[in-house]
Design a protein around this ligand. Sequence first.
Ligand SMILES: *Cc1c(COP(=O)(O)O)cnc(C)c1O
Length: 396
Amino acid sequence: MTNLPDAQGHFGPYGGVFVPETLMTALAELVKEYEAARQDAVFQGELKKLLADFVGRPTPLYFAERLTAHLGGAKIYLKREDLLHTGAHKINNTMGQILLARRMGKKRVIAETGAGQHGVATATAAARFGMECVIYMGETDMKRQALNVTRMKFLGAKVVPVTAGQATLKEAINEAIRDWVTNVRTTHYILGTAYGAHPYPMMVRNFHRVIGEEARRQILEKEGRLPNHLVACVGGGSNAIGLFYAFLEDKDVRMTGVEGGGEGIKPGRHAARFQGGRLGVLQGCKTFLLANDDGQIELTHSISAGLDYAAVGPEHSYLRETGRIDYDFATDDEALEAFQTLAKIEGIIPALESAHAVAQTMKLAPRMDREEVIIANLSGRGDKDVEQVASFLAEK
Ligand SMILES: *Cc1c(COP(=O)(O)O)cnc(C)c1O
């Protein structure tokens, strides 16, 4: 299980490389450089130092004592990725990829962004290494995540609004791929989740594995045992696979990935690819996605921009098929409830994405024994979301 993907990027029937001919050379170069960097103690040492001194690793594994008492079941621990520099797990990956870009002699980086967290993390990495940075962002997302647009500009990035289609993440990725095809000799594309053509799903996973490796060590220190259950939200799937990966061989540790259930599982009103989704190819790989009978990609909706995407990372499709990981969803309303509960009870305002994992935890914990342990991944903090949540609640 842990030696996947194969050399062509397959996780069982999922994954692979579905890109325009012009990108094949760049992807092959990336595979080669990444493999070399992975074996290179200097590269790994530099990344480790950056993660410690610039990014803020290790993050705490925090016992949420009041939430545990409130729910009256399993002990709840939160993995505090929200405390990282720039406010979410995304920066684990961007620091790794910016070092790779430099290694490949690329002076310009581009990225797509949904909620803006990946754009901010990429702009931060580019500023830190003095590289030119262009971020593609859907116009709809620019409106609902205005704070992050401002942050990216201060960090020296150019933010390009994308107006096609739904003007969200999918369209932003299309524009980023178009840019990459045109400028591939000078430019590295820092993809923001465990998605796309090989080697991205594997590489992004590996840059986030540190989350689960730390959590495993920390829970053994604090509880002297492994957790019973892990919970994480799943957009493309990077924070979830980052937490889950170190525990895949621990057969007694159950895992649940939580998708954006939006307004419930009705066509066009949610982003839960494993609920009513199907096998298809989108933006580089074969995986579960939301499409109609003609194969056209369906509209998606989630209150959380970071979960609002029509497809899910190929490794998650595989891990669901093998039965190793369960996938469920939380609706917008459940996420809003969890957002407010965590703020009031624990003094932590979570990102709306992470609030989906908290919502799932709130469903699971009361059904579990008091001796049992849940670890929920708090993938990011909610500063970016407070205005949106406030106006949403006011409307209600
Ligand atoms: C981007 C984002 C997500 C969703 O992306 P994954 O790749 O599925 O982790 C979740 N939480 C936060 C805070 C994010 O910024």
